[in-house]
Design a protein around this ligand. Structure first.
Ligand code: HEC
Length: 153
């Protein structure tokens, strides 16, 4: 990270600490734009981790990281569950998320559990076992088709 990046990060952390101090009531009190920005950071993480895992499984990245990527996807799905709790329209999210909250939440839990299982498989049986399993496990598109404006991805 360059000097500018470090400065930006310090600023971001400063801003977060300030608003935390002003508002002790927690995540639900976040303004809507904050809630949207926050969950989009999480979903971008999801996209990056899935892409990195995909590269590793195609042997374009270090095999040693495969299990870690699967675990990070599991953790990211957990953080997403909390991030979407705040009902905030915006980004590419559709209002159906909060109308059908139990279904939406279930999909994230299932994703988290299957990614965790994928990590266990990888740790026990190696990369090729993960390759065989990954497509069944990492289901992203059905949820996007149902709950976002980003169809077909
Ligand atoms: C339970 C539903 C659900 C699942 C499962 C899901 N997503 Fe998403 N995803 C969403 C929603 C909703 C948004 C839109 C969020 C917003 O714009 O506020 C989104 C947005 C995204 C974005 C765009 C982020 C941005 O703002 O630029 C990426 C990338 C992404 N998801 C990747 C993935 C990947 C990869 C998977 C599978 C490993 C996945 N998602 C699984 C619901 C889901």
């Amino acid at each position: 990270m360059g000097h500018g990046g470090r400065k930006a990060l310090r600023f971001a952390i400063g801003a977060v600490l300030t608003s935390a101090a002003l508002c002790a009531t927690g995540a639900r009190a976040a303004s809507d734009p904050d809630a949207v920005t926050y969950r989009r950071h999480i979903m971008k993480t999801m996209g990056e981790q899935a892409a990195a895992l995909g590269m590793v499984l195609q042997q374009k990245g270090p095999a040693e990281n495969a299990v870690l990527h699967a675990r990070m996807i599991a953790l990211t799905a957990k953080t997403a569950l909390k991030a979407f709790e705040a009902e905030a329209l915006g980004g590419e999210a559709r209002a159906e998320i909060w109308r059908n909250w139990p279904d939406f939440a279930k999909r994230l839990s299932v994703l988290s559990e299957s990614a965790e299982e994928l990590a266990v498989t990888g740790a026990r049986d190696g990369l090729s076992a993960m390759q065989a399993k990954v497509m069944n496990v990492l289901s992203c598109k059905p949820c996007h088709d149902t709950y976002t404006l980003r169809q077909g991805r």
